[in-house]
Design a protein around this ligand. Sequence first.
Ligand SMILES: NC(=O)c1ccc[n+]([C@@H]2O[C@H](COP(=O)([O-])OP(=O)(O)OC[C@H]3O[C@@H](n4cnc5c(N)ncnc54)[C@H](O)[C@@H]3O)[C@@H](O)[C@H]2O)c1
Length: 393
Amino acid sequence: MKSKKQIRVGMVGYRLMGRAHSHAYRDFPFYFDSDTIPVLQAVAGRDEEGVKAAADKMGWASWETDWRRLIEREDIDLIDIVTPNNTHAEIVIAAAEAGKHVFCEKPLALSLDQAKQMLEAVKKAGVTHMVCHNYRFSPAVQFAKKLIEEGRLGKIYHIRATFLQDWLMDPDFPLIWRLRKEVSGGGTLGDLGAHIIDLARFLVGEFSEVVGMMETFIKKRPLGSMTDNLKGRIESDQRGEVTVDDATAFLAHFENGALGTFESSRFSRGNRAGNRFEINGEKGSLRWDMENLNNLQVYLADDEPGLQGFRTINCTEEEHPYAGSYWPSGHILGYEHTFINIVSELMNGISQGYSPQPNFEDGVKNQAVLEAVEESVQTRSWVGVSEKVHVLS
Ligand SMILES: NC(=O)c1ccc[n+]([C@@H]2O[C@H](COP(=O)([O-])OP(=O)(O)OC[C@H]3O[C@@H](n4cnc5c(N)ncnc54)[C@H](O)[C@@H]3O)[C@@H](O)[C@H]2O)c1
């Protein structure tokens, strides 16, 4: 039997995304017939007891209490970064300089300049790089892309996308890292907006200019930290200032003439993970909702009159990208499968020596939109996106 090529992973961080990525590495060989296999070699965290327990629970062979040690280790090929955003650049650049491939959580960086430095580092090192915009890898979203590429919608006129949550509405929810600009780079815009920006770039095309508005509804919160699954723990009687947005809305022009409206909020009561889009083209429309992620709603204008309407396609057939690797038709997939699918692309990229999309170039383009929206809020005017990324071409 031909032996599989092992990609030995070193993961930095081990909480929410640490669990999602660990699970994906473990399940990937179970479902995908690949000549490459990820090995859960080592996980790094700062707290010895915590990282040891995480390694045991999630199946990592060893652990370190300093991420720098992971990068020094010769038995690691890929560094996976699932830590808060202020740590991404330093870890990515050190990993690339040591010749390790990198898989980094989104948003790529704290700023556009930082993202460009990270791109330069991975290009210079010639390593494989990817950003974890996992929602692209839902079979229904991939099928939407296929329909658009086949011209089923014709010219695209509109995308309206939202990512709405409500877990932050309690004014006594603590001031976790996501609410401190120096750690997160941005609030709902960088956290949730980055995902819908990526979906829009994937499905519609490049942004040309944006104009936005943002609000921080609760200005001060008790000091505390993040626990698990978007929960927090209050650690002090003192309150600190929230330095990011609680909600952002923005309008966009795309280079191909399409119009976009985008909204990200953690103050949308009743919306737990309202990551949704609708795309309207001259010949049809598509709708997707992450809370019902197997289904794609499709409207085609050339359907027979009288029978026209949005049809619901359950994207679990062999014809739907990735779905054939799992279960029989109608046997639905979940959130975790988006990570297994992105890991399958990452493994291909490393084994064949390229950087599958979304890679760090996508990360930079995403960051340019984030920066343009923030600038437009500050200047109360439209801000161009294309010129911010022109150095890439
Ligand atoms: N792709 C997605 O859908 C998605 C979802 C949630 C979060 N994210 C992104 O994933 C990243 C992590 O988010 P999370 O929700 O898992 O955060 P989290 O707070 O649940 O976990 C962060 C982890 O990083 C560790 N950590 C913090 N600073 C560190 C350091 N200096 N060295 C080593 N470890 C450190 C923490 O101890 C913890 O294990 C962020 O960039 C976030 O934006 C992506």
